[in-house]
Design a protein around this ligand. Structure first.
Ligand code: SME
Length: 160
């Protein structure tokens, strides 16, 4: 990515995180917060084509929502997919080419790259933020850093 595009992306993230802080800063309801995060990200970042959370609803099981984009797989066990790996290892997964990853679960045939960031609350993964792009290699260290900051803020709002 050239320097101009990198700077534009960074600025978009900073603006979006600022807007989000003003919108959800005082909001105590988790679903209201997650829905607003997804909507703002999805409509401000042009390389985001599917944006959503998978929440840990029982041990080892992720369920979709809230999200924006075409329909996503409803349920993902921790043993499967990029989302499962992020949840299992509590680590961000950056996937430049989903076709090169045998364990990737394809919810849409147009997806070319993906990033999945865990939301870690009091040391436990409670959700993952999954973003798919129709562009190959759409996500980089800026996406990782800014989405990790955002997921850290969400966790801090609801942590003890
Ligand atoms: N690609 C994900 C599945 C979720 S959809 O992309 C919305 C995965 O491999 O876990």
């Amino acid at each position: 990515m050239n320097e101009d595009r990198a700077a534009i992306k960074q600025e978009l993230y900073e603006d979006t995180l600022d807007v989000l802080e003003s919108m959800i800063g005082d909001e105590p309801d988790l679903i209201a917060v997650l829905s607003t995060v997804v909507a703002e990200l999805h409509h401000h970042l042009p390389h985001f084509h599917w944006t959503g959370f998978y929440r840990v609803v029982s041990p080892g099981v992720l369920k979709v929502g809230p999200y924006q984009g075409g329909h996503g797989c409803l349920s993902i066990p921790f043993e499967r997919g990029v989302c499962g790996k992020a949840a299992r290892e509590a680590q961000t997964q950056l996937v430049p080419d989903v076709h090169a990853l045998p364990y990737h679960i394809a919810c849409s045939s147009s997806t070319r790259s993906e990033i999945v960031v865990p939301v870690i609350l009091d040391g436990r993964v409670v959700a993952v933020l999954d973003v798919d792009s129709n562009e190959p290699n759409a996500f980089d260290e800026t996406d990782q850093l800014m989405l990790e900051i955002l997921c850290g803020r969400i966790a801090a709002k609801f942590g003890t």
